[in-house]
Design a protein around this ligand. Structure first.
Ligand code: GLC
Length: 565
């Protein structure tokens, strides 16, 4: 295929592309991706009305256009383009639609939550069993795959409503007993309360004060910012993010994380259970899930924040933090065969700036399993790094988000995919995909989980398999040019998920059993499947959840490092 691009800069600074290309199709086929030449996708202009988005914006324009051609993910397709009928998922490129897709859409629509006549979210699970707990609420993190599915299907309204409603909840005064939480904290979940007497509806939110363990959700605010960017990217509507209240919401979330204090690391210090893994699982300290989401949210905020007086100051602080965070994560959280061997041979009790073993990790603390688990080719970001403690467990969400946000370098991203491929039985088995690997058992389980009966070995958060993670795996596969891995995972899922009524999680080393206490009709299992299918069908959707490597960060880091050495 030959193509040439013309970039026009209009007076208001927006760009339009006109492509001279022999092909005018808008979909990149899987066969092409499997050729391994993913770059072709980036080269292909869509014959649609393509407008330049903020992601490749002012700062670059001022440097001049020539050094970097924006890739296709930096463009959005005009809002009208994806306006498929509300009830009809769009499959117009001959891609074979699995019967499960229609069932999934129906189930997803059944989970819709309305507030005063508007669709504002989806319920966590539509399980009719007695023991509901809080699964009848709209969870911020759970809504993300639902939101992506609706955006991909040309239904952005519900996402906009959700963003605005949760923003209102953020401004509530949040108290646990007599202690007040930070202004920027976003709720873990909310619920619509109906008052039949007054015929009125109100919202009730949970910021951690009702959650088991009373932990505030650190991930909610990050997901909120990530979703705001996905909405902006997908619709081309910048007016939502530009609203003063959205700008303020973002600044409040970031203020919680960018404040200076006693920290010696750029990572974010957290309590156990403050993210998807919302029970005690030894993920306190600096869990990879939060660090990767933090990085992604910072990058999204950088694109969304207006450069007015207040915004400018934030953008500067974000830039510095991103720089330090990527250096820290790429250097200290990264584990591959070489790094493992280095740690194995570490000296301890080193003092001063020349220390190699900076965190004083004792080699004896290396668990047995990690020596077998580590493939010759491949690597991953470990679960946690803090003084004298490395949690070597593999966590799926953090590693996938590291790829999508470009926290992982291209080499690291490839290595993560290599690891998934070579440890397929352990990480995917019969149902994609393990939330973490391996499970903790016996004495360790007693101490770390506090004898949690829900988190017994190979169940739930402790090595259970969560179908929702499929969308993250698929996005990571597409970004790294390995869609065949995603297809294999989707096919596996299609043999069971509908038959089993969309469980929340599976148990067992291979993920063969429906989870002991798993809800059925778990919405994010349903939406995760749909998002994976749609993304594989039209890989340009990836742009909503992916950010390319910041070219400024890379050379700067490498140069300063080698120049000082
Ligand atoms: C469980 C999960 C949590 C999820 C919630 C609602 O508590 O651990 O991540 O948000 O269920 O589905």
């Amino acid at each position: 295929m030959s193509s040439s691009l013309t970039v026009d800069v209009s007076q208001n600074g927006s760009l339009s592309l006109s492509g001279n290309t022999r092909r005018t199709d808008t979909h990149c086929t899987l066969a092409e991706l499997e050729d391994g030449d993913f770059s072709r996708l980036l080269d292909r202009p869509r014959h649609l009305n393509i407008e330049r988005q903020r992601s490749c914006d002012q700062s670059e324009l001022s440097i001049g256009m020539s050094p970097r051609r924006c890739d296709i993910f930096d463009y959005v397709f005009s809002p009208g383009v994806r306006s498929g009928g509300f009830n009809t998922p769009r499959f117009d490129n001959g891609f074979e639609t699995h019967p499960m897709v229609a069932e999934a859409w129906e189930a997803l629509r059944r989970s819709l939550v309305y507030f005063r006549g508007q669709r504002v979210g989806t319920i966590a699970a539509l399980d009719n069993s007695d023991e509901k707990l809080n699964y009848d609420q709209v969870f911020v993190r759970d809504f993300v795959p639902s939101a992506l599915a609706f955006l991909m299907n040309g239904e952005p309204e519900i996402v906009k409503n959700f963003i605005l409603k949760t923003l209102r909840l953020q401004s509530w005064e949040k108290k646990i007993d007599r202690f007040q939480l930070g202004e920027g904290v976003m709720p873990a979940s909310f619920k619509v309360l109906h008052d039949p007497v007054r015929n009125n509806e109100t919202l009730m939110a949970d910021f951690g004060e009702s959650a088991i363990g009373r932990v505030a959700p650190v991930d909610s605010g990050f997901w909120w910012i990530i979703l705001l960017r996905a909405y902006t990217k997908s619709t081309g509507d910048t007016s939502l993010a530009e609203l003063p209240e959205c700008q303020k919401g973002m600044r409040l979330i970031l203020s919680l994380c960018l404040s200076e204090g006693f920290d010696t690391f750029p990572t974010l210090l957290c309590a156990d259970g403050c993210c998807m893994i919302d029970r005690r699982m030894g993920v306190y300290g600096y869990p990879i899930e939060i660090q990767a989401l933090f990085f992604m949210a910072l990058r999204c905020a950088m694109l969304l924040l207006k450069q007015d007086a207040e915004g400018k100051e934030f953008v500067e602080r974000i830039g510095k933090r991103l720089h330090a965070l990527s250096y820290h994560m790429r250097s200290y959280f990264w584990l591959d065969l070489k790094q493992l061997n280095d740690i194995y041979r570490y000296k301890t009790e080193e003092y001063s700036h020349t220390a190699v073993n900076k965190f004083n990790v004792i080699p004896d603390s290396l668990p047995e399993w990690v020596f077998d688990f580590m493939p010759t080719r491949g690597g991953y970001f470990v679960g946690n790094v803090s003084p004298a403690r490395m949690d070597f467990r593999w966590f799926c969400l953090g590693n996938c988000i590291a790829i999508l946000s470009s926290l992982a370098t291209p080499e690291q991203s490839t290595a993560i995919m290599d690891l998934i491929e070579s440890r397929w039985d352990e990480l995917v088995g019969e149902m994609p995909m393990k939330v973490c690997y391996p499970a903790i058992e016996n004495h360790e389980w007693r101490i770390i989980t506090g004898c949690d009966p829900k988190n017994t070995r190979w169940s739930y958060h402790n090595g259970g398999s969560w179908p929702v993670l499929l969308w993250l795996l698929t996005a990571a596969c597409i970004k790294t040019g390995r869609p065949q891995i995603a297809r294999r995972a989707i096919e596996l899922m299609e043999t069971r998920l509908l038959k089993d009524n969309w469980p929340e999680y599976y148990d067992g080393k291979l993920g063969r059993y429906i989870g002991k206490q798993a809800r059925k009709f778990q919405t994010w299992s349903i939406a995760g499947y749909l998002v994976a299918k749609m993304m594989l069908e039209d890989p340009s959707h990836l742009g909503m959840v992916s950010i390319e490597e910041d070219r400024q960060m890379k050379p700067l880091m490498k140069r300063s490092y080698s120049w000082t050495c």
